[in-house]
Design a protein around this ligand. Structure first.
Ligand code: ATP
Ligand code: MG
Length: 268
């Protein structure tokens, strides 16, 4: 007798997207037949060259855009628009500039009708989790870039989404801060058992964070690989950067992206 595998939490089935490009007066095919399944608690990254449709794909999963064909299912239910079950963190800081850190983190809870005391308790927990205790009363323009992204992560986690969607959330911060944020996100996702779909064009970032990396070809984005990253956790840069298995995953993915999935040399 076999054990039933955990049902997929998020399924993108044969997603296609074609845009009409008014300035050129023609259609642009952005995504072709993209099928991805994410299991509960899994951290999956989508990588691919610039313009291959990564953001388009995430926006479709978020319900901010409609696929031309195919569908998205979350816990078996078709996505027809944005919903609190999918929390999104963008490249640009998604904070309300006129609200403090605390008010930003409480914002989604307020929309959900969570009572004041409960709101404060939940917000405090997530502010603490992302290391912003002491900065609750600051406004976004008095936080560093890395702190703003931490606040954006706390804000989304506080509403307890079924799946966390992240589109290059660390692209705007400096390299050292970025590595710290990656370590923190990996630790938080593991501790909270968050299911994450993460988009990046940084191959190292994808390998460091992920249980699986899905590779899209150049436009139109098609899946050319789906690689399991069998590296132990917890993951920290000081140990992984020189790790042979880490380097091997990074090199294999780099080759895949550069060849667009075609076999390199020799006969297959
Ligand atoms: N609203 C839109 N209307 C027309 N074309 C669009 C629209 N959004 C995206 N595109 C086109 O679809 C393609 C994919 O864009 P997308 O932003 O998804 O790529 P990406 O992989 O996220 O790129 P990057 O790595 O630069 O962020 C591009 O050719 C882009 O010009
Ligand atoms: Mg993008």
């Amino acid at each position: 007798m076999t054990m039933a595998a955990a049902p997929d939490l998020l399924v993108a089935r044969n997603v296609c997207k074609t845009f009409f490009e008014p300035t050129r007066g023609e259609d642009v095919e952005a995504l072709r037949d993209v099928t991805v399944a994410v299991r509960p608690h899994e951290f999956v990254s989508v990588i691919g060259p610039s313009g291959c449709g990564k953001s388009t794909f995430l926006r479709i999963v978020a319900g901010l855009d409609r696929p031309t064909a195919g569908e998205i299912l979350v816990e078996g239910r078709p996505v027809v628009g944005p919903g609190a079950d999918r929390g999104m963190v963008f490249q640009e800081y998604a904070l309300l500039p006129w609200k403090t850190t605390r008010a930003n983190v409480e914002f989604g809870l307020r929309l959900k009708g969570v009572p004041r005391g409960e709101r404060a308790r939940i917000a405090g927990r997530f502010i603490d989790l992302v290391g912003l205790t002491g900065f609750e009363n600051r406004y976004p323009h008095h936080l560093s870039g890395g702190m703003r992204q931490r606040a954006a992560v706390a804000r989304v986690l506080a509403v307890n989404p079924t799946v966390l969607l992240m589109d290059e959330p660390f692209a705007a911060v400096d390299a050292m801060t970025r590595q710290r944020l990656q370590e923190e996100l990996a630790a938080i996702a593991a501790a909270e058992r968050t299911t994450v779909l993460f988009v990046t064009h940084a191959i190292e970032e994808a390998v460091f964070l992920s249980d699986r990396v899905v590779v899209l070809s150049g436009r139109p984005g098609r899946i050319i690989a789906d690689m399991t990253i069998a590296l132990p956790r917890p993951r920290v840069w000081a140990a992984l950067a020189q790790d042979a298995a880490f380097v091997d995953f990074r090199e294999r993915l780099t080759r895949l992206i550069h060849t667009g999935g075609a076999p390199v040399g020799g006969h297959a």
